[in-house]
Design a binder for this molecule. Structure first.
Ligand code: ADP
Ligand code: ASP
Ligand code: MG
Length: 402
């Protein structure tokens, strides 16, 4: 079999952990499999590099930031190669340039365009273990790009897709995908399997156990994906197209996203076209809008509120200040202390009362809902950030018990 294994930052944080992971890789290789390994930067390296940058320049160019951040993964693969060399195994570490992983030029959040699998295949033909730097790519100017925080998962799935690997294993610091973050809610339950669609929603709605684009790609190319622990040798969670319906499992999980802000435009004239103008301006600035609420104001005006990613806050405010001026609205305000809590489940369509149960959990805790949005397989609410963890716990208790 050809197996792609990805190890996250915490799994390779220090020399001892590097050796432990080398053991997992060696075992897989010695069972006769071809192995491609994707590594993240060690421990909190990426955050530390960001801090270093901020000490020098509080607004560095995204190009230079990617040049800096991509170094973390390079350290990891070189050290892992040395660990495997010491065990007498044939190994080679490669970066994005060597593997020919090209992306668009959106520094800091680049999308993979193409991977030339040639070098990878050549190395595998020589029965070498290939170690690849996650998170990074090369754009058309031959500059280094990065795929966005948590992007090594996507590097791994992309390699698995190109090589038509039999399996893509994402090793992390928990035993799989749980019904909610097991570090926050100890009663969270491990899922044996989950569909691509549900996993994609969970990942997009804040469960950072998998990078959402990795799930998107796994679905598109039918990559056999598994999330498992690099500490405990036990079956993890399989992510696939269809899963056995677990009886009475109305939802698969609860997620929290506090990396968002809510922006309100006050006193917008109540006439056709205003929403169009607001959201067109945001679309032109390539800002994704999530929850939207229009409420009736006073004197023939409305208030329009919406949420955007925290990273887009400054740009969104800049764009909105202009729109407010041209539209003759009263003003614009931002609220940073908000969080989005979501439940996800394919069984939601058929089962009635799922929304009521979620809202009841919040009512029991006297938590006020500020915005609601629903789709076939998810329900999200916006609440005060202070109550976010309490809300996740309460909703989780309601659906899965204490
Ligand atoms: P890695 O460094 O291996 O990429 P991450 O920190 O990116 O690891 O992701 C693993 C973490 O995701 C876990 O430690 C856990 O706290 C968090 N997490 C959030 N939601 C979930 C969930 N539903 N299931 C499992 N882990 C989750
Ligand atoms: N090292 C990068 C990050 O911390 C990529 C990753 O870990 O997936 O975001
Ligand atoms: Mg991760």
């Amino acid at each position: 079999m050809l197996i792609v294994q990805k190890f996250g930052g915490s799994s390779v944080a220090d020399a001892e952990k590097v050796r432990r992971v080398a053991g997992i890789i060696a075992d897989t290789y010695c069972e006769g499999h071809d192995v491609v390994v994707v590594l993240s930067a060690q421990g909190d390296t990426t955050d530390e590099l960001l801090e270093k940058a901020a000490e020098i320049n509080e607004k560095p160019s995204k190009r230079e930031l990617d040049m800096l951040l991509s170094t973390g993964e390079q350290v990891s693969v070189a050290l892992m190669a040395m660990a495997l060399e010491k065990m007498g195994l044939p190994v080679v570490s490669l970066n994005a340039w060597q593997v020919g992983l090209s992306t668009d030029s959106n520094y800091g959040n680049a999308r993979i365009r193409k991977i030339s699998g040639e070098r990878l295949r050549r190395e595998l033909d020589k029965r070498r273990i290939v170690l690849f730097t996650g998170f990074q790519g090369i754009n058309r100017y031959d500059d280094i790009t990065t795929l966005g925080r948590g992007g090594s998962d996507t590097s791994a799935v992309a390699l698995a897709a190109v090589l038509r690997a039999d399996l893509c294993q994402i090793y992390t610091d928990v035993e799989g995908v749980y019904t909610t973050d097991p570090r926050k809610v100890p009663s969270a339950k491990k899922l044996d399997e989950i569909t691509y669609d549900e996993m994609l929603e969970l990942a997009s709605l804040g469960a950072k156990v998998l990078h959402n684009r990795s799930v998107e790609m796994a679905k598109r190319y039918g990559v056999n994906l598994e999330v498992l622990s690099s500490y405990v040798r036990a079956p993890g969670t399989k992510v696939k197209e269809v899963v056995k319906q677990v009886e009475q499992m109305r939802i698969s999980g609860v997620a929290k996203d506090a990396e968002i802000v809510s922006i309100a435009i006050k006193g917008v004239p109540d006439e056709p076209g205003v929403s169009f103008k607001v959201f067109r301006a945001l679309a032109q600035a390539k800002i994704n809008v999530d929850l939207i609420l229009q409420s009736v104001g006073h004197d023939n005006t409305n208030d329009i509120s919406f949420t955007v990613a925290r990273a887009d806050k400054d740009e969104a405010m800049r764009v909105m200040e202009k729109v407010v001026e041209t539209m003759g609205a009263e003003g614009v305000a931002v609220d940073e202390k908000v969080a989005k809590i979501s439940i996800v489940g394919a069984g939601m369509v058929s089962g009635s009362g799922v929304a009521a149960l979620m809202f009841e959990a919040l009512y029991d805790e006297k938590i006020n809902i500020r915005m609601i949005s629903t789709s076939e397989i998810k329900i999200s609410v916006l609440i005060d950030e202070r109550y976010a963890d309490q809300a996740v716990q309460a909703i989780h208790n309601k659906f899965f018990g204490k």
